[in-house]
Design a protein around this ligand. Structure first.
Ligand SMILES: Nc1ncnc2c1ncn2[C@@H]1O[C@H](COP(=O)(O)OP(=O)(O)OP(=O)(O)O)[C@@H](O)[C@H]1O
Length: 309
């Protein structure tokens, strides 16, 4: 049996259109696939937790049809059963996880491969904890966690009114670019203190700090060239304050990975990162935003079992 979790809103409803095609595929019935639509933010996580408890013995894989945000929720729903196989059929607007695992197929073809001839990989994803003293409350992320500018950009990009406005003018594909242009004029660099593998770093101010499992970010920007999803270490990308025009240049260069040539950009390897801030720091994890004073990031204890095409 396979469980398929569909976010009908992902990718301006393209996830729903794709699911309609997959549902017509004879394998959908013969492989005993059961589907569930998400109805609100956080629903995919809740559904995954409940369905795994009920069907654990007969379930082969949880398949996600949606974007990175839906995948983020599903892998967090698997936290109690971290060895359980999961698959991602990209249908969102970003789909960076798909690039991160070098998936060569998509759509119905990918569905067929997952249920007939899956390739199984173990992915070293990340975990993060937002409160210094809390032992619980660990969450996981598939792509990256970022602080500063990208936290703010994602906050704007996720705003329902902003999304609605872009949809009305058929500009949803440029959601992050418009959000960046909106945030940039008023953006002030952040003051963060960092510990990398237990060593304190004095950084002063930074525009952006990103801890990534694989190179891709915000619809294929190659923010961390050299990062690999199977690696036990993260790439830490730190961007010192840049003049506004240089920041725009950065966003042009980042699609090819050439931004690392700018003197304000540095890349480090790390197994564990701690972030401290004296004021609420905007952050994003797989495109889900928030604000925090503290965050501890490690590789997850149990790698994610991913079925891909
Ligand atoms: N029925 C629903 N209505 C509105 N929002 C939903 C619904 N189901 C899930 N969501 C929320 O939609 C948000 C966006 O989903 P998702 O990230 O999968 O798609 P996307 O934004 O199009 O793609 P990407 O993250 O790859 O850019 C998630 O935060 C998720 O919690």
């Amino acid at each position: 049996m396979y469980i398929i979790i569909v976010n009908p809103e992902a990718g301006q409803k393209s996830a729903d259109k794709l699911f309609q095609k997959i549902q017509k595929e004879p394998l959908f019935k013969s492989k005993n696939c059961r589907s569930f639509y998400t109805s609100y933010k956080g629903h995919a996580e809740k559904l995954t937790r409940q369905l795994i408890e009920i069907h654990k013995e007969v379930l082969q894989c949880v398949i996600v049809i949606g974007g990175d945000g839906t995948f983020h929720e599903v892998i967090n729903g698997l936290k109690e059963n971290p060895e359980f196989p999961v698959a991602f059929i990209p249908a969102g607007s970003g789909n960076d996880f798909s690039r991160g695992i070098s998936s060569s197929q998509d759509g119905v073809e990918l569905f067929r491969s997952i249920v007939v001839t899956p390739q199984i990989i173990r992915v070293n994803h990340g975990s993060y904890r937002l409160q210094q003293s809390s032992r619980t409350g660990k969450r996981v992320f598939a792509n990256s966690i970022g602080f500063g500018l990208d936290g703010k950009v994602v906050e704007v990009a996720n705003n329902p009114l902003f999304r609605k406005w872009l949809r009305r003018f058929h500009l949803s594909s440029f959601r992050y670019i418009f959000a960046l242009l909106k945030v940039l004029p008023k953006y002030k660099p952040i003051q963060v203190d960092l510990k990398i593998d237990g060593r304190k770093l004095s950084l002063g101010k930074a525009s952006l700090l990103s801890i990534t499992n694989h190179p891709f970010y915000g619809k294929g920007m190659k923010i961390a060239p050299g990062a690999h999803i199977m690696s036990p270490r993260f790439k830490v990308v730190l961007i010192k304050p840049l003049k506004k025009w240089k920041l725009l240049m950065f966003f042009l260069l980042v699609f090819t990975g050439q931004h690392t040539k700018l003197k304000e950009v540095s890349l480090m390897d790390a197994e564990s990162v701690e972030v401290f801030s004296s004021s609420p720091l905007p952050y994003q994890a797989d495109g889900q935003h928030g604000a925090t004073f503290y965050c501890k990031i490690d590789k997850a204890e149990v790698p994610l079992t991913v079925m891909k095409g």
